[in-house]
Design a binder for this molecule. Structure first.
Ligand code: MCN
Length: 793
């Protein structure tokens, strides 16, 4: 066995020198000779029928190559953007989403026409000259109103606005009666715009002579994109190559196929020229699928002694104008709504609702931040009713035996929730903080302390449940390990890092498994022309727990063959050959050694040094299909101070104790937690996509209105960890990419509500902006928002 030297090492990300010195290669850095640039004419209305599109002026504009509308694309693209069964296989309606509107638009920003021109500016100028005659239709923006049978319809002629309505587990009235204390609440999850540093972009080059399509795309899953394109453009996958070079973040938004992913390749085919489209920032906020966009009606009951009895959850999900490719995945919030606790009964129903907004889809955490938020807020509300410390209520109801099966039959692989809680409390100095809070209140200082004991289902996923959820493709993962004659190694994987540091961590795994120096290992990903036949991409914090394990497995296959070859060279029995830190030797003769490099060279030799039946070369492909998801967990604690005069929430401290099993690289894990927590804080305090409900117009279409926090708004994060290995994989690892986001909004909002409890306020929705907090305080004090006293009811 190789002695582990690289796994667990806190080494710097090897990709960073290139990326931070401007040497990265993103889609916009690629250009083909004779490229035409695409600009998209988008609907200014949330719901309209268009009667005519006048392109006369635009077609005379300088540099224009072509103008295409639905009728042109109908010749080049078949079908619509697919909708995965996800957690809700049976949908009531999934309106067909062709990548460009035919005669009706159902959200502001939907594509109506495209212009190709010799340069990007000419394309935009010409697009501005296209005259579309619209007839505005009533808009449906509010989820509750959309469910009214008399509501206008999101699509002309639609039966109603219900996309799905599915009950996972019904209520149990007998159990509900056992509760002695009951709380009831509605929790909002505002829509969020995934604002990756690099917006989306596509460059497509269709070669008529060899009927082959090459697409450069800022994507988290190039193989899946090749699959979708093959279905839509009528070319075999073997003739489509998708390259996702460096990708500047995605947060889930670069997973599902978007209209432009089809329009650009089709435009290249129609025009006979390479075509490039790079998303603008406002286009991104307006047109790329949003995250969240839900509210949850929650009722929960407990015994007076703090035993949790029942939880009843109804999720109303704003699907938008069409059901997103993976939009229904967010139904997983229902299945995880019981969080880190034992409940006697949990019932859950999910309702997907069409509205005239851009579709929602997976966004960092997808369903799991929502589950944590509703569960952790509910635990705090129950603790308030029970007059218990929220810590005690949590601790009392944690499962202590693992594997633990939750109320929906999901099996949590391993955990020690109490240990993570204790560590977080110790780091925070919990008792001292409570004292400080009490003393502060006497002086008009409003400190709040919020906990979030989170769990996560990730490492998506085992073949059984995921094939059903995707509509056929089981989300296993693949890797190819190739040892060259001189002993250097290329590793090809089907995942695709876009900020997660796989070049570093996957190389650490291969270095240990192969006993090859880390510097001799190169990781390749993001090009469907290289490596195994299929890769499944990066999302659902799956890359390590699946892709990393595939690397480990393929490396072991390589060692298996190398050991056979070494045995032949040593003229020894295979079982007598030991492998240790990249060296083979025969048991009892450790002085006589062959390195993996020497064995590799022999595998490419004349054949005389190889067993007769052995094939040349030293490489292996492995697919890893885990037996279960992996279940990281932890406890986060936020400390805030609310200024009652301005409503400003000052996030004073943030403590995060996370457990993602064994860790490959602690520095990368910390980086992931930093980013993830920041996104959770952003949801709690800052970000929100706002539409005008009357007109359907987006009000937050730029980064001045859509408030993404900067480093200035985030306190120094105090991080800790515990290690509870997963029993489901040989490395004992669990995911970490979404953990921070899953935990943070609940911790911050519990802290804000804790501070506001001084005014008798039980709950406030996200984002806890100064305006919202101040108004809540005024209302609680019986003072209206404009400062006038109102009679208290
Ligand atoms: N890791 C480790 N030890 C562990 C767990 C993870 O060393 N026990 C390392 C992994 O090897 C990997 C990184 O941490 O280098 C994250 O691993 P993992 O949890 O498997 O998550 P993925 O690589 O699959 O990343 C996906 C996840 C998701 S779903 C979103 S959304 C997300 C995220 O990662 N989007 C990101 N992190 C992001 N980070 C950046 N910079 N940008 C995004 O868009």
């Amino acid at each position: 066995m190789a002695v582990t030297t690289m796994i667990g090492a806190k080494i710097h990300r090897r990709e960073d020198p290139r990326l931070v010195s401007g040497m990265g290669h993103f889609v916009d850095d690629f250009t083909q000779p004779h490229t035409a640039y695409m600009s998209i004419v988008r609907s200014p209305y949330a719901h309209a029928r268009f009667k005519s599109i006048d392109i006369t002026a635009a077609s005379k504009s300088p540099g224009v190559v072509a103008i295409y509308t639905h009728k042109d694309f109908a010749k080049a693209i078949s079908g619509g953007i697919p909708v995965a069964p996800a957690f809700v296989a049976e949908k009531k309606q999934t309106p067909n989403r062709f990548p460009i509107a035919e005669d009706e638009v159902v959200y502001q920003g939907e594509a109506v026409a495209v212009v190709l021109a010799d340069d990007a500016y000419q394309a935009v100028d010409a697009a501005n000259l296209i005259d579309v005659e619209y007839e505005q239709l009533p808009v449906v923006m509010d989820v509750e109103a959309a469910l009214d049978p008399n509501s206008p319809k999101v699509h002309i002629g639609g039966p109603d606005n219900v996309a799905w309505d599915f009950t996972f587990v019904p209520d149990d009235p007998a159990v509900m009666k056992e509760a002695e204390v009951v709380v009831k609440h509605r929790f909002h999850q505002q829509r969020l715009a995934p604002t990756a540093m690099e917006p989306r972009g596509v460059l497509a080059d269709y070669s008529t002579s060899d009927r082959a399509l090459t697409v450069w795309m800022s994507s988290q899953n190039p193989h899946l994109m090749r699959f979708y394109l093959a279905l839509a453009v009528g070319l075999p996958e073997s003739r489509i190559r998708v390259i996702s070079p460096d990708v500047g973040g995605g947060f889930g938004s670069k997973c599902p196929p978007h209209p432009e992913d089809y329009l650009v390749p089709a435009a290249s085919r129609l025009s006979g020229r390479p075509v490039k489209w790079i998303e603008g920032r406002s286009e991104a906020i307006q047109g790329t699928a949003h995250g969240r966009g839900e509210y949850f009606d929650v009722e929960a009951g407990a015994k007076k002694d703090g035993t949790l009895v029942f939880l009843k959850v109804t999720q109303y999900l704003d699907a938008g104008g069409y059901v997103g490719n993976l939009g229904a995945f967010q139904g997983v919030a229902c299945l995880l709504s019981g969080g880190a606790y034992r409940w006697k009964h949990v019932s859950a129903r999910t309702v997907g609702v069409l509205t005239n907004r851009v579709p929602t889809d997976i966004y960092r955490g997808a369903g799991r931040p929502e589950a944590t938020h509703l569960c952790e807020r509910t635990i705090d509300l129950l603790a308030g009713e029970l007059n218990m410390d929220p810590v005690a209520l949590r601790r009392q109801n944690f499962p202590t035996e693992f594997p633990f099966t939750n109320n929906f039959g999901l099996v949590y692989d391993s955990g020690n929730y109490g240990q993570a809680l204790d560590k977080a409390l110790a780091m925070a100095g919990y008792e001292k903080l409570r004292h400080e809070q009490e003393e502060g209140r006497k002086k008009g200082k409003y400190i709040g302390i919020g906990l979030s004991s989170w769990i996560e289902l990730c490492g998506i996923g085992p073949s059984g449940p995921t094939a059903g959820a995707t509509g056929g493709i089981a989300l296993v993962e693949s890797a190819q390990v190739r040892v060259f004659p001189t002993g250097s190694v290329a590793v090809y994987v089907g995942t695709h890092a876009h900020g997660q540091g796989h070049d570093t961590t996957f190389s650490q795994i291969a270095a240990d498994a192969l006993g090859v120096p880390y510097d001799l290992i190169e990781l390749h990903h993001g090009d469907t022309a290289e490596g195994p036949a299929f890769g499944y991409g990066t999302y659902g914090s799956r890359s390590l727990a699946l892709g990393g394990l595939a690397v480990h497995k393929a490396s072991k296959k390589v060692i298996h063959k190398a050991r056979q070859l070494a045995a032949h060279i040593f003229e020894a029995a295979e079982e007598d050959v030991e492998f240790d830190q990249g060296q083979f030797y025969v048991k009892g003769s450790p002085d006589k050694r062959k390195s993996i490099g020497e064995v590799a060279l022999a595998s490419y030799g004349s054949g005389a040094g190889m067993p007769p039946e052995m094939e040349h070369g030293l490489e292996a492909v492995a697919y890893f299909d885990p037996p279960n998801f992996v279940w990281p967990f932890g406890t986060h604690i936020a400390v805030v101070e609310v200024d009652p005069e301005t409503g400003h929430v000052d996030l004073r401290r943030y403590i995060a104790v996370d457990d993602c099993g064994n860790v490959i690289n602690p520095m990368i894990v910390e980086g992931q937690v930093h980013g993830g927590v920041t996104q959770g804080i952003a949801q709690a305090l800052y970000e929100e996509v706002v539409y005008d409900n009357e007109s359907g117009q987006m009000r937050t279409g730029t980064m001045t209105d859509y408030l993404v926090p900067t480093a200035n708004e985030i306190p120094k994060l105090e991080l800790g960890s515990t290690v509870t290995p997963s029993p489901t994989n040989e490395l004992g690892v669990k995911g970490i990419g979404e953990a921070g986001t899953i935990a943070a909004s609940a911790a911050v909002m519990n802290a804000v509500c804790d501070a506001l409890s001084a005014f008798g306020i039980k709950h406030i929705d996200m984002p806890a902006s100064p305006d919202r907090v101040w108004k809540a305080i005024q209302a609680a004090k019986g003072t209206s928002a404009d400062g006038h006293k109102e009679a208290r009811k």
